[in-house]
Design a protein around this ligand. Sequence first.
Ligand code: PGA
Length: 228
Amino acid sequence: MAADVIATCVAEKPNCVLGLATGTTPIGLYADLVSDYKAGKISFANVTSFNLDEYVGLAGTHPQSYRYFMNDNLFDHVDIDKARTHVPDGTGDDDQRVSDEYEAAIREAGGVDIQLLGIGPNGHIGFNEPCDEFPVRTHRVELTESTRKANSRLFDSIDEVPHFARTMGIGTIMRARKILLVASGAGKAEIVRKALYGPVTPRVPASILQFHPDVTVVVDAEAGSRLD
Ligand code: PGA
């Protein structure tokens, strides 16, 4: 269902700007988009994309980097022009430069038409972790131990999980014209309820979506089990 929302966007506006996400949840969505492409239903030839985030310290060739994930799950299997696919640069120390360039590139592309989001068990969107104030722009963030632990399943050990990431800010995400939030599994049930119906607070970063005018939420039965 979520893949169809994106496919419709691509079909209606072939030069659309997609905001993309990594994680386990959207893997099936990307597989469906690849099938749609192979069936001749959609083309990504004129699509531009911006991913939410990247680990600091991992080059795009590292198998756990988000650039690698995107190539592996989507970009290598469709007709997208890789030069128009953007993932925050995880290398180097110049956080300000990465932030300024990423924000400018999104602006120059005309803004994001639809932003895909997963949600962390702690309510993070992108790598915007629970904190005291909503971060506005693309920035460097220190990952919480719970996030490093949750993501360690994809690494050989938790010691290999980076401590820092670069992520779109909450302001960057909120400027997308449409938002598509996906969640699956019982482990997300409580945070999905809190994000959609609890108080809007930077302690639950996804709760800000209550203020966005065009949000679609796609959950499976387990992740939606605490919703009325
Ligand atoms: P997941 O990650 O899809 O692997 O659960 C979501 C997230 O942490 O944003």
